[in-house]
Ligand binder design. Structure first.
Ligand code: PLP
Length: 376
């Protein structure tokens, strides 16, 4: 049996999405900027995708821009906010994705903006009181940048509360929704969120296609200049087939929203329960009350097997993401686990699920892990 439990890294294309892309590759090949018939057909496909996404997120189509991925969209928000909206300070957290943290390092150095990273507790939660205090401590134009769902811990940020705090301090709010898109409902018409980013390959769409929501009042200038595509916000010939695939995957995610989330919730609960039963001393990372249904971060107690666990699971064709807090010689120390003070003695594994996983796969994975630890 081959078990893929690394859906937070990327998800496979669903057959229906493959079909849609394949059809489009055969029939729809115009350049969306061309004014002739083939160009207009291609353009229409892109505008249909934009409209569907906008409708679902309760935004307007003019607020959705296609990008190559969430990384590009996040880079654009962080760098252009400074230049276009006069942002002087960015408040974020130490457990954001590297595409945020490395960009923050860069803008701090090159643009001399102040970067404040909020504290996170041992569960990886920020304190809303601290956010309030930091916002109150300066009148500088501020962008708050906090991810919706943490990709290693599964923690869910309270977008409503953070948005309201930002609004009370006239701060801009950007959220990286790469892990949450398709699994949460959004209402961006509330105007609490100014920027939101997502990536198609996290919800069974193709790699290389993502999108950026920008509130109509805070449209940024482009990161890439050129042919003025995407209403001059993102130049470069559109990834037509990627956007068509993203659209198909996005629609499916929301059509099957309840059933998928129910399945994910059940799979995660079952895995957690079985691991507790089989592995004495196992710990789970992240917040207990606000957890996304598709990520389970488990820490295995000290054992000679820990060093080899990723490899041994790979040998059994079980695909997961391994990580640990920094230990000597470790090249893959996780900045998230370090930030929450996770012990380097423990071996952490991130299991991340999709609705296409089965109970048999969960059982097989748990039994295999138990078998690995049982062998001397
Ligand atoms: N943000 C989060 C939270 C992620 O998990 C990822 C991917 O792992 C990204 C951003 C980057 O996405 P992409 O590689 O599609 O740019």
């Amino acid at each position: 049996m081959e078990v893929y439990l690394d859906h937070a890294a990327t998800t496979p294309l669903l057959p229906a999405v493959v079909e849609t892309i394949y059809e489009a590759m055969k029939t729809t090949n115009g350049n969306p900027s061309s004014t002739h018939k083939l160009g207009r057909i291609a353009k229409t496909k892109i505008e249909q995708a934009r409209k569907s996404i906008a409708l679902q997120l309760v935004a307007s189509a003019g607020e959705i821009f296609f990008t190559s991925c969430a990384t590009e969209a996040n880079n654009m928000v962080l760098t252009r906010c400074i230049k276009d909206l006069g942002v002087k300070r960015i408040i974020s957290s130490p457990i954001e994705h590297h595409c945020i943290l490395h960009t923050l390092d860069r803008v701090e150095e090159e643009d001399k903006v102040e970067v404040v990273l909020l504290d996170v507790n041992q569960q990886g939660a920020i304190s809303l009181e601290q956010l309030n205090e930091v916002l109150a401590s300066s009148d500088d134009k501020t962008l708050v940048c906090l991810m919706h769902v943490n990709n290693e811990l599964g923690n869910i940020l309270d977008l409503q509360k953070v948005g309201e705090i930002c609004q009370a301090h006239s701060a801009l709010f950007h959220t990286d929704a790469a892990q949450s898109m398709g699994k949460f409902n959004y209402d961006l018409s509330q105007n609490l969120i100014h920027f939101l980013t997502a990536s198609g390959h996290k919800f069974h769409g193709p790699k290389g296609a993502g999108f950026l929501y920008m509130n109509a009042n805070t449209i940024l200038k482009p990161l890439l200049t050129g042919g003025a595509q995407e209403r001059n916000v993102r130049s470069g010939t559109e990834n037509l087939h990627g956007i068509i695939g993203l659209h198909a995957a996005f629609n499916l995610a929301y059509e099957e929203f309840d059933a998928r989330n129910a399945k994910l919730t059940a799979l995660k609960a079952s895995m957690k329960e079985k691991l507790v039963e089989l592995i004495p001393g196992i710990l789970f990372n992240g917040t207990t009350d606000r957890q996304s249904c598709h990520i389970l971060s488990a820490s295995f107690p000290p054992s000679p097997k820990n060093e080899m666990l990723d490899f041994l699971l790979d040998m059994e064709s079980i695909m997961i993401s391994g990580g640990s807090a920094c230990s000597s010689g470790s090249v893959k120390a996780s900045h998230v686990l370090e930030a929450i003070g996770s012990s380097a003695e423990y071996k952490t594994i991130r299991f991340s699920f999709s609705h296409i996983n089965t109970q048999e796969e969960i059982d097989f994975t748990c039994d295999t892990i138990a078998g690995i630890f049982a062998k001397v």
